[in-house]
Design a protein around this ligand. Structure first.
Ligand code: SF4
Length: 714
């Protein structure tokens, strides 16, 4: 019998609604959900291809596997033995070396319910905050900047603003590739009103830059100088909203003193653009009835990512381009559920429901709610530090779920070293051909899109249901179930309450009594009551009856908030937003005579992250059939290189060999390589052989976007 199941796309933070068609236990088709407010029935190439990527059990993890020693080969096992083994090894290591000797590295691809249980296991039971996620590589600078400027995480904007903006500034975001369905909404708006202005800030002439009214092709990493220079010009020309600044903000005078030196000429010189273009951008930004900034990894994946975000937010506050329809700073979430992960506190630096680890009152609230004592007040290790600590032997065991750090982390050689050094590695995965799986001592087969149920939160704070359309293949199990099963076993060992350690059932567990994702969601929403993201009024029943909802959604509410701070009151103690001084600092690794090229990294249109899913659909290789390194045509000609020549890209950390592609769409002295390809497709780890582990001092997000390299011709 043919079935149609309403769910959500599993790729990007747009969070498109989908209708999954299935027959005889197989996913056979997909359509955009016409009723979902993110996409109104539209899907991009990746979303439309989801049935192709779900069609086969080939390459899937189908059975638990484990090995007794690191030297042994993993053998097929059964669930009971694998779960017992994971619980026993984690308990031994915690008892012998303390809670911070173990770590969890999880993923923005997990559902909110999965995330919640992982977070409770680490923080509530083991009492370590060493739980971080690949969202650290994605959104942490945007989060840190929102908290510093507005007092709370979460974009103040919504998707309707895409249609209402009159000036749109894209910064470090190639939306036609990374958030295609939202970009279609912008294109429609501009087609209806050609007076809408698009400003694009990007070192490359990307697809969106080619369509822009003004393209600022800045030198990589100089965004802060650009935004400071724009603010300088607006101050000089008196184009600010002084009443708003005086009544609703702090810190403007200190910022004004800082940007005094960023004259348009000086800032444009740093950025390598024309002074007049910087001035034009500033004036378009300020004199528009509604200016919306859309930004993504180009700002976030930087050793100064927080300051890049803050310098752009400074412009919005100074011109009051915030808190009104069509205006505001809008960070576009990379992953489908980076927002949901933050909501449950699933990172090393936060607690559940946007609470802070360092805040004693916040810890006490979570302790009382969970019925535990002694939550650790020590901030956990964020991603780069976590793998360094594994390499140093300080962390002995790591549990990795739904992500592939041996591809996606910067300076991949150091991550490989860490994985080889670890005493015990658990990998919870749906796919077996990732670069990380070979390091697993225990492989736990997980369900994936189309097979699992729960919720996700998209870029506009909208919570949508994810639903299973087919049974999982083989022995694969839901992520939340796997974590809860190990947690119950650990609960026995670490919080002795039961007589029989091997007969624990959900109903007997104090901390992990869940029989369904619905029960986990209910616990999560109860913990949000009274917080900025209060979803006390939201339940699976409401989502079922009324469809996706934005947070906050308090008890008794008929709807969530589309926009935040519309009354000029921010989430800080005194309700005022904060300007921040943002001095321009260069990239972590400057070019020199030995490494004269700037390598910048990014996405392709039809691939997603490490390609564990999109790589399963041949059709998705039509747009870009192989990995290349793109070089400016003039630079290639001067070296006697042509399209298709094999070249080695070498940084101080590693090398990769790729075919050359020449182009006029990037600056001389700059190279571009896509992030997706790695060991499964290349004989090396891809771009992260070259990237650097330098991180932002506030957000700990690494500089995945830029490295100094040289070209060698084999
Ligand atoms: Fe999926 Fe993103 Fe494409 Fe929507 S835009 S279909 S969420 S990949």
């Amino acid at each position: 019998m043919k079935t149609v199941t309403r769910s959500t796309c599993c790729y990007c933070g747009v969070g498109c609604g989908v209708l999954i068609e299935a027959e005889h236990g197989r996913i056979t088709g997909i359509a955009g959900d016409p009723d979902h407010p993110a996409n109104f029935g539209r899907l991009c190439t990746k979303g439309r291809s989801l049935p192709l990527t779900a069609a086969s059990t080939a390459g899937r993890a189908l059975q638990p596997e484990l090995r007794a020693t690191r030297e042994a080969k993993r053998e097929p096992s059964d669930w009971s033995s694998a779960l017992d083994h994971v619980a026993a090894r984690f308990a031994e290591i915690v008892e012998q070396h303390g809670p911070d000797s173990v770590a969890f590295y999880i993923s923005g691809q997990l559902l909110t319910e999965d995330y919640y249980v992982f977070n409770k296991l680490a923080k509530g039971l083991i009492r370590t905050n060493n739980i971080d996620t690949n969202s650290r590589l994605c959104m942490s600078s945007a989060v840190t900047a929102y908290k510093k400027a507005f007092g709370a995480d979460g974009p103040p904007t919504c998707y309707e603003d895409l249609e209402l903006a009159r000036t749109v500034l894209f910064a470090g975001s190639n939306m036609p590739y990374a958030h295609p369905v939202l970009f279609r909404r912008l294109e429609d708006a501009k087609a209806k009103n050609p007076d809408i202005r698009w400003i694009v800030v990007d070192p490359r002439r990307t697809d969106v830059a080619a369509l822009a009214d003004l393209h600022l092709a800045i030198q990589p990493g100089t965004d802060v100088a650009l935004f400071n220079g724009m603010l300088h010009h607006l101050i000089w020309e008196g184009m600010l909203e002084r009443d708003f600044i005086d009544a609703h903000t702090h810190g403007f005078l200190d910022l004004k003193a800082l940007v005094r030196e960023y004259s348009p000429r000086m800032a444009a010189g740093i950025c390598g653009i024309a002074e007049q273009d910087l001035i034009r951008a500033a004036e378009w930004f300020a004199d528009s009835p509604a200016t919306l900034s859309l930004y993504c990894m180009g700002l976030n994946q930087s050793s100064h990512g927080t300051d890049k975000n803050l310098s752009l937010i400074n412009l919005h506050l100074a011109t009051r381009q915030i808190g009104k329809p069509g205006a505001g700073p809008f960070s576009l979430t990379g992953q489908p559920n980076a927002m949901g992960g933050r909501e449950v506190g699933g990172m090393a630096t936060m607690l559940a429901a946007h609470r802070d680890i360092g805040n004693a009152d916040d810890r006490a609230e979570v302790e009382a709610f969970w019925g535990v004592q002694g939550l650790s007040e020590k901030i956990g290790l964020p991603a780069v530090d976590m793998f360094d600590a594994i390499a140093d032997g300080k962390i002995k065991a790591v549990w990795i779920a739904c992500t592939n750090p041996v591809h996606s982390m910067p300076d991949i050689a150091s991550v490989r070293k860490a994985m080889a050094k670890a005493e015990f590695v658990v990998v919870q995965e749906a796919f077996v051909e990732t670069d990380t799986v070979p390091y697993a001592d225990v492989l736990l087969p997980a369900t994936t899109w189309g097979e699992k149920s729960g919720t996700v939160t998209n870029s506009e704070r909208r919570i949508s249901r994810v639903r299973a359309a087919v049974e999982a293949p083989g022995e694969a199990r839901a992520d939340w179930w796997i974590v809860a099963e190990v947690a119950r076993r650990l609960e026995q060992r670490l919080m002795p309450r039961h007589e029989n350690a091997h007969d624990v059932v959900a109903s007997e567990s104090k901390l992990f009594p869940y029989a369904s994702p619905n029960e986990i969601f209910d616990e999560h929403r109860a913990l949000t009551v009274g917080r900025d993201l209060d979803i006390g009024g939201l339940s699976y029943a409401v989502l079922e009856d009324e469809g996706p909802k934005q947070w906050p959604f308090v008890a008794g509410a008929a709807r969530g908030d589309e926009r935040r701070y519309t009354d000029g009151v921010f989430a800080t103690d005194d309700g005022r937003a904060r300007f921040h001084k943002t001095p321009y600092l260069p990239v972590a690794e400057s070019t020199d005579a030995r490494y004269p090229f700037r390598l910048v990294t990014g996405r392709l249109r039809d691939q997603w992250h490490g390609m564990s899913r999109t790589g399963r659909a041949d059709a998705l290789f039509a747009h870009a059939p192989e990995a290349t390194v793109v070089m400016h045509r003039g630079d290639a000609a001067r070296r006697g290189l042509a399209d298709g020549d094999l070249v080695t890209i070498a940084s101080r950390r590693g090398k990769m060999v790729l075919p050359l592609e020449t182009s006029d769409d990037l600056r001389s002295g700059t190279l571009f390589a896509a992030m997706h390809w790695s060991g499964q497709y290349l004989n090396n780890g891809g771009v992260n052989e070259a990237t650097i582990g330098a991180v932002d001092p506030y957000s700990a997000q690494p500089e995945l976007k830029h490295a100094a390299v040289r070209i060698e011709v084999p």
